[in-house]
Design a protein around this ligand. Sequence first.
Ligand SMILES: [Zn+2]
Length: 509
Amino acid sequence: MRQIDIFDTTLRDGEQSPGVALNPAEKVQIARQLAKLGVNIIEAGFPISSPGDFEAVKQIAEEVRQVSVCALARTQAKDIERAWEAISKAESPRIHTFIATSPIHMRYKLKKSPEEVLEQAVAGVKLAKSKVSDIEFSAEDASRSDVDFLGRIFSSAIKAGATVLNIPDTVGYATPEEFAKFIYEVMERTEGIEKVKVSVHCHNDLGLAVANSLAAVQAGIHQLEGAINGIGERAGNAAIEELAMALNTRRDQYQVQTSINSKEIARTSQMVSRLTGMMIQPNKAIVGKNAFAHESGIHQDGVLKERSTYEIISPDSIGLDMDTIVLGKHSGRHAVRDRLTELGLEVDEKRLDEVFKEFKLLAERKKEVTSADLYSLVDTHTHDVPEITLDYLQVSSGTQIVPTSTLGLNYQDQRYDDAACGDGPVDAAYKAIDKILGIDHKLLRYALQAIDGGEDAQGEVTVSVQFDEHTVGGRGVSTDIIEASVKAYLQAVNRAFERGWISFKIGGI
Ligand SMILES: [Zn+2]
């Protein structure tokens, strides 16, 4: 059976989603999980774009094994040099270089003639080839490009050393039948096409990213690009979990296989959602909360008698059976460590100490500590730089009083206190934080949901906050929703601080 490589761009295109800002430690954590999921290539970032991106790609290349690690670069020499610097230590490194080929992009964005674009593409691929053997070349906005020109530029890219040719539907404009025909025509016009792999990268502006990708599979391509939960620029990329499960469930139609271990899908999806702060819509295919929920009496009756009456895939097959063991306040350090290992959360002794301490605190407030809770405990410990943390919090609110919050923040062993009034207790707490730090913010989005069922469930708050021109997300978890709200805001503040988007005016920082 034909093998389809899965190229994951959660950490590059996905990370370009508005409001998403992952630090290097979080990216490494996701990359490890992607390797477990069985993707073939991880596009770890765009090294020239920022020092943080460079550092994350470098760490992933050095630490994540048994998977190809790829870095993005325009065709300029400085981009390619920087990409190579970041991935040179990878087990199997790949450079992904791109240039736009559509008339509209060449004329308005690049201000170059087709001949100049072709020349630059060849120069870029050649330079990359002098560093590494595995080169992917992308013709940006391919689906709106001239098919003859694409054939020419791809033929030249192969001669220059490209091993994978990518045909992106950058703006999500294609439709399935048309896209399949287009790919077929490009391949026909490309000299040496039998020597390379062909890839597609589809965006979801018309909700067709997965459909277009599957049409491309039927046209004979070898690699699919996408992101977990379909995150990415604008409406996002093709969702990897949907591609994998469609190819798997309908193998009779597609006659191809992938190396995805579907049992890791739920875990990967939840990790990406938690760390990016991008919630999954309940009715999202495969990984939404309702994807396996049966509401109507007739459906429930059918599923009880025979699951396959209304279920085409089983929850087990994507790894949704992980919540069978529950820990409580009598569970010891060993039990917690064993459970973490089972969940694939590797922690060293020092981290385990911290996580165990928080576990005990949580178990005091909550009867059962679920795997979702454990994930949230481990995730909050992924920062290496000094952070601002919450020391204590008091709020008073009600129907006849002005909501007021008093709180203390810790930064590098010092405590700073202040109080503020607001429109509600959360607003009051955020204003008190702003007063202490001497910053100003605009809250773009605030969402609260329960982490799992039960009356004592932890509340999970995700926020999207704007500091000047930068937008950053944050997430906080607690059995107390005001505390969760404060933690979410502080995470956004810490992320913005780490990136130099804000500075504090306390204690001479
Ligand atoms: Zn893209």
